[in-house]
Design a binder for this molecule. Sequence first.
Ligand SMILES: [Zn+2]
Length: 573
Amino acid sequence: MFDMDWSPDEKTETMLWHMAIQNAIEYSGKAAPGSVIGRLMSVRQDLRQHGKILSPIIAEKVAQANSLASEKGLEYLRGILTSEAPELLEERKKQVKREGLPELKNAQKGNVVLRFAPNPNGPLSFGHARGITINGEYAKEYDGELILRFDDTDTTVKPPLLEAYDAIEKEAEWLLGYKPHRIVIASDRMAEYYRHVDLMLDGEFGYVCQCSADDFREFRVGKTNCPCRNNNVESNKELWAKMLDGTFQPGDCVVRVKTDMTLKNPALRDWPALRIQDTITNPHPRKEIASKYRVWPLLDFQSAVEDFLQGVTHIIRGKDLMDSTRKQTLLYQHFGWKYPETMYWGRVKVHEWGGFSTSQMRKDIESGKFTGWSDPRLPTIAGLSNTGIQAAALRNFWKELGVTQKDISVPLATLYSHNIKIIDDNAPRISFVRNPVELMLVGVDDKEINVPSHPNNQHLGVRKINIESKTIFVEQEDLQYNQLRLKEFGDFEINDNMATFVAKERTDKRKIVHWTSKDCCSDAKLVCVLDGELTSIEGKIEANGFTNGTPVQLERIGYGIISNSNIITFTHD
Ligand SMILES: [Zn+2]
């Protein structure tokens, strides 16, 4: 983000011009620089590092394309692309066709129930955003309901984290743009799960198995029934009572769903539904639950029963969970229930983020490696929103990837380009001057300079910059040039910390730099992640009345978000 001397070659310039035209055609003569930048960065990742240099160039080309559109019409623009870059016309056609999520199978409007069911072992991460946004979009599209369900019945391997419940509820609402229609906490629903165990034992499609894990593995591999499979109803009920009353210890026995030990897929053979967990030593983190239960449902059983009880009609899940669907379908058949329609998606990997698991992040936060779940280095929802990524950008990102079983690998730039599309048209421009050096203005009579807050959006008004003291700040690096154009101000000659006015209009190709006035700026810090490290850059920020959380564009640096009156967090180029 700091190379100021790069400039685009002729071929790139031409491409920028064509993309501006393409955008103007698409938006009926109202091309937006943010949208062009977004598309450019997703097709030319090599240009990402030059975003701040490209931004003003693109803004200029977009303005040219828009005025050409209003003077000569869209057909004229189409004509240019037809002869110079026909592939850009084709590309748009293809993308338009692909938009939107595939239809839900057997869905009736007003009669659709979906769920997003995280384990609250930490707040939501980037990957969770897919589950919540896709299910949430479908619920919206079909006038259906979205359930937020906390699958919190594993107290040993991935134990729930108390603060995650509230965090997830808030994050889900932020991501969706609405409150989930229902909230269900599995650990509040234990009586229901137990009731279904009774039904299973009575119906003789469930049994208490006292085999050791090793022994059962042998039965499973050998496709033979374990001896417990022949328990009659009475003995199963006796054993179940002993699971509940504390006679049995963890590992002594489990409740299994009777399927068929000769099924081709070993995972489906008499799969375990409930087990004993030691909640005396390891109480559930919810105080009202704590050590109240000893027998806990495993995820496949709990999720299956709850989906039925809540009337879930459609399940969208990772293709790695196909076995869950198969197991649960067998259980549904026993109960005589109809299994929800299911759709699957493949994995999505973001190049820049290796393997961040919730459990690992939790460990690293506890050890102090990260400042918390909202650390800007973490791919958590809290971390992303903290750096200025908008909920709508995350929604659009996941919607565009859609529901496909293909594994996809994407660069972070794709998310950034969605974010730019959301924020660019309304992000006010302000100056942040790094390594500030004072310059005295000479030959300037004005007491105030009016600078538009946004190059295209007049609704954002102007910044009135007081220059009564005739002292401004520019970045030290910019002083290597003797001739500078102060952005939106004029051309100047620079000599011994004096800037002598030359002309208001642009007289030549001298370097355009940003600046701020000593009369209306304050000390501030720009927090950013550089090579995986949190870095803080000191500088002068132009006075502004923006509230915390306002996305802004820092002149020549990139997008940021106001974190508080003197801290800005860098979002992306
Ligand atoms: Zn057994």
